[in-house]
Design a binder for this molecule. Sequence first.
Ligand SMILES: Nc1ncnc2c1ncn2[C@@H]1O[C@H](COP(=O)(O)OP(=O)(O)OP(=O)(O)O)[C@@H](O)[C@H]1O
Ligand SMILES: [Mg+2]
Length: 220
Amino acid sequence: MPIIAVANSKGGVGKSTTAVHLAAWLYEQGHRVTLADCDTQQSSSEWIREAVPGVKTVRLDNPNHILNELPNLITETDYVVCDGPGSQTETSRALLLRAHLAIVPCKASMLEVRALAKATEVLRQAQDIRGGVPKAIIVLSMVGKNYRLTKDMKDAAAALGLPLARTAMTLRQIYADAPGQCAVVWKLGSRAREAADEIRALFAEILPEAKRGKKLKAKH
Ligand SMILES: Nc1ncnc2c1ncn2[C@@H]1O[C@H](COP(=O)(O)OP(=O)(O)OP(=O)(O)O)[C@@H](O)[C@H]1O
Ligand SMILES: [Mg+2]
């Protein structure tokens, strides 16, 4: 029954890409999933409607709407994945006051490392108010092949008390192509195999309890 917010107050860091793939992955693991599109551009709800019609979509694009509606939505589905906006701070704040888990995609560059404190300010305020909730994890997105900043990013995240996912999302053309094809990467054939493997591994790392067959396997 968790509400998962994909949030970073910086624009263009991979929030919608992460949210759509996460909603699709959870659905494929056998869960009932709603994607709450909290961005006024509504691109992720259009994308998921085409890619995975079984995922319910809802537009929640202002703070009052988010605060009022999220508790109702989560009674109807197993997971609500919220695609956060790129800039509206109050919308992000409302989301983070309701979410159980925040996934924070963060581009892997020195500029982003320096901006991490600012980009996660609203998150840390929410955790302060709610006694550590939402739990949060930073995911490196658009990591270049010759990326050498992992240690800087680890240090910056540790200084803010935020864990960093072991699995990162690599900079790959296939992610940029996926919305135009109205598909998730694991439906895009062999060209997308590496991307599909890494993004599935990422979600299994972040949400091991959501993985299909987990409970069955544990019993035997
Ligand atoms: N790993 C990746 N490799 C290559 N391109 C990517 C990757 N992730 C996302 N993109 C592309 O980068 C752009 C920004 O990604 P996305 O829309 O997911 O970010 P966002 O944080 O939701 O942006 P906004 O703040 O505008 O809502 C998009 O064109 C997307 O297709
Ligand atoms: Mg977006």
